[in-house]
Ligand binder design. Structure first.
Ligand code: CA
Length: 252
């Protein structure tokens, strides 16, 4: 009879969960780059796309800005005065995973692998186009938001490994292990689809979200890192096809 009580009344006195993915808020990007013209060009382009941007000109200033602003994404130059990009990347990822797009003047594979091993999610070699930078920034943020807003099981267990999609934390045998955002997304993607083989192309499309140069090699190097950090046999290689996690159970 009459009008049903509005939902808000039912919820009064109940603590509501914080909105996910910081929806509706302006996203913050910290640009850590000592070459001022590049820093300013990147910042100007990001601001024109609606981001709030702060520039830091060396490593310690970048770490300070990340502590203070808790950015949604960091654009990080590899060669920085006082503290290099690799060390900065480790420190800003230490407490809270944040997507990092690394800028590098060098283009050798070892630099790429070092960059990815310390937790950069993606990299670009200078000189780069602003259009491509924006495409990658959008892809990294979309990925982070998709991961936060998943309809897949929240907690997935693979043997001794427990993946929690809400906190984006991983435990092996009860001990926390640090994964970069993309490592987490990759292993969670496979674990949420147990027994199904995913091709490298599928993983690039679903986890990275755009074309990565040397794409297949990028997937392989991330799988190697996941095995090293979590368990050597957590991911099965299906030769000529792709990768799979055979057994996983949803806990929540
Ligand atoms: Ca530099």
């Amino acid at each position: 009879m009459g009008t049903p009580a509005p939902v808000v009344r039912i919820l009064r006195g109940v603590t509501l969960p914080a909105p996910r993915a910081r929806d509706g808020l302006v996203r913050t990007v910290v640009v850590i780059e000592d070459e001022q013209p590049i820093a300013e060009a990147v910042a100007a382009r990001l601001r024109s796309e609606g981001y709030r941007v702060e520039i830091a000109a060396d490593g310690p200033a970048g770490i300070e800005a990340c502590d203070r602003l808790q950015p949604d994404l960091v654009v990080l130059d590899l060669m920085l005065p006082r503290l290099d990009g690799i060390e900065v990347c480790k420190r800003i990822q230490h407490d809270r995973p944040v997507p990092v797009l690394m800028l590098t003047a060098r283009d050798s594979e070892s630099d790429l692998l070092v960059g990815l091993a310390v937790g950069a999610d993606d990299y670009m070699t200078k000189p780069f186009s602003m259009r491509e930078l924006i495409a990658r920034v959008h892809a990294l943020l979309r990925r982070a938001e998709r991961a936060a807003d998943t309809t897949l099981p929240t907690v997935v267990r693979v043997g001794d490994v427990e993946l929690d999609a809400t906190t984006r934390r991983v435990r092996v045998d009860g001990e926390f292990v640090h994964l970069t955002p993309i490592e987490f997304d990759l292993v969670h993607y496979l674990a949420a689809r147990p027994g199904r083989v995913s091709t490298r192309e599928e993983l690039l499309a679903q986890v990275w979200g755009y074309d990565v140069p040397s794409g297949a090699r990028t997937v392989d190097s991330h799988i190697r890192t996941i095995r090293r950090k979590l368990h050597p046999e957590i991911v099965r290689t299906v030769h000529g096809v792709g990768y799979a996690i055979e057994e996983a159970s949803a806990c929540a």
